[in-house]
Write a protein that binds this ligand. Structure first.
Ligand SMILES: NC(=O)c1ccc[n+]([C@@H]2O[C@H](COP(=O)([O-])OP(=O)(O)OC[C@H]3O[C@@H](n4cnc5c(N)ncnc54)[C@H](OP(=O)(O)O)[C@@H]3O)[C@@H](O)[C@H]2O)c1
Length: 295
């Protein structure tokens, strides 16, 4: 019996009290030929209400225009953008520039994209571990209550979050930690830790990023076939079922639609995906020069 797929309606409540739709549209690499505009326009017409962007993606102008032209009340949308590494010393200036490119008065979530500042020397990590000061700048803007409705981090390990939460002057807990997550990098420990701190996890690169290598995994393919769904639907549904937010990227209309359709995995298939990393080994597809995960 094929599974019953339905457009995703699940939302989570952030530690700010705001709601965030469980499935959002990723927009990294959606830039050439106005792809950022077209993908967001199509996604919003077809039920998506959560869009993930970043200064780095160089498409905030396209994404913002599609949001503004959608006719959907701003209050019904959840828009994220991110502070790039070179902007840690001027958070407000970077945020203002992002808002200007987006053509929006505020974002629902502003994230520190990586826990370091690439102005500093990459071969000496102690020199770029300045995210605590960066966070304090985000906190200040958040408390002013106008330009950002929630603040969070991305690519933070448990150690880095501990350092942040225990630092003097830090009194806002990140609403979200956005990290690469899929069945070959399932972050079980990090998820438990985040739950204990009331921080949500957003799973980025849920298909393994460019060219979607995780969708080619043999077990993923078999389980998708068994349930009569495509591998993308299997992985988005698995991510939602385990209580994470997930932001698959696509610029293809058929895939934008299919990635938004979820179902409940049978217990044994859910467990099989939970166990995949243990059986096949860890795979991280987003390589970083920063060496921040070895701790
Ligand atoms: N915070 C961070 O540091 C960080 C890092 C990476 C990503 N992100 C965010 O997370 C989002 C998602 O991650 P990602 O873009 O790295 O990768 P992803 O969503 O894992 O995979 C995107 C790739 O999968 C393809 N694809 C999408 N749906 C598919 C389907 N149903 N079947 C087959 N192929 C499919 C896409 O091609 P088509 O477009 O042609 O469909 C694209 O090549 C990003 O766009 C970005 O918003 C954040």
């Amino acid at each position: 019996m094929p599974a019953t797929l339905k457009p995703s309606t699940k939302e989570y409540t952030l530690n700010t009290g705001a709601k965030i739709p469980a499935v959002g549209l990723g927009t990294w690499r959606s830039v050439d030929n106005n792809e950022g505009y077209k993908a967001v326009e199509f996604a919003l017409k077809n039920g998506y209400r959560h869009i993930d962007d970043a200064k780095l993606y160089e498409n905030e102008d396209q994404v913002g225009k599609a949001i503004r032209n959608s006719g959907i009340p701003r209050s019904e949308l959840f828009v994220t953008t991110k502070l790039w590494n070179t902007d840690h010393k001027d958070v407000e200036g970077a945020l203002d520039a992002s808002l200007k490119r987006l053509g929006l008065d505020y974002v629902d979530l502003y994230l520190i994209h990586w826990p370091q500042n690439t102005d500093s020397k990459v071969d000496d990590p102690s020199k770029y571990e300045d995210y605590v000061e960066t966070w304090k700048s985000l906190q200040k803007i958040y408390k002013e209550g106008e330009k950002v409705k929630a603040i969070g981090v991305a690519n933070f390990t448990i150690n880095k979050l501990e350092k942040l939460l225990n630092a003097d002057g830090v009194d806002v807990v990140p609403a979200i930690n956005q990290v690469e997550t899929h069945p070959l990098l399932n972050h079980e420990k990090l998820i438990d830790y985040l739950k204990s701190k009331n921080i949500c996890l957003t799973a980025y690169s849920p298909f393994g990023s460019d060219k979607a290598p995780v969708l080619e995994n043999k077990v993923v393919k078999e389980l998708a076939q068994k349930n009569g769904v495509d591998p993308g639907q299997l992985l988005v549904s698995w991510a939602v079922q385990r209580g994470t937010i997930v932001i698959p990227k696509s610029v293809n209309e058929k895939r934008i639609l299919s990635n938004f359709e979820t179902f409940t995995l049978p217990k044994e298939d859910f467990e099989a995906l939970n166990e995949l990393e243990g059986k096949e080994g860890t795979k991280r597809f987003n390589k970083t020069p920063f060496n921040i995960f070895d701790e």
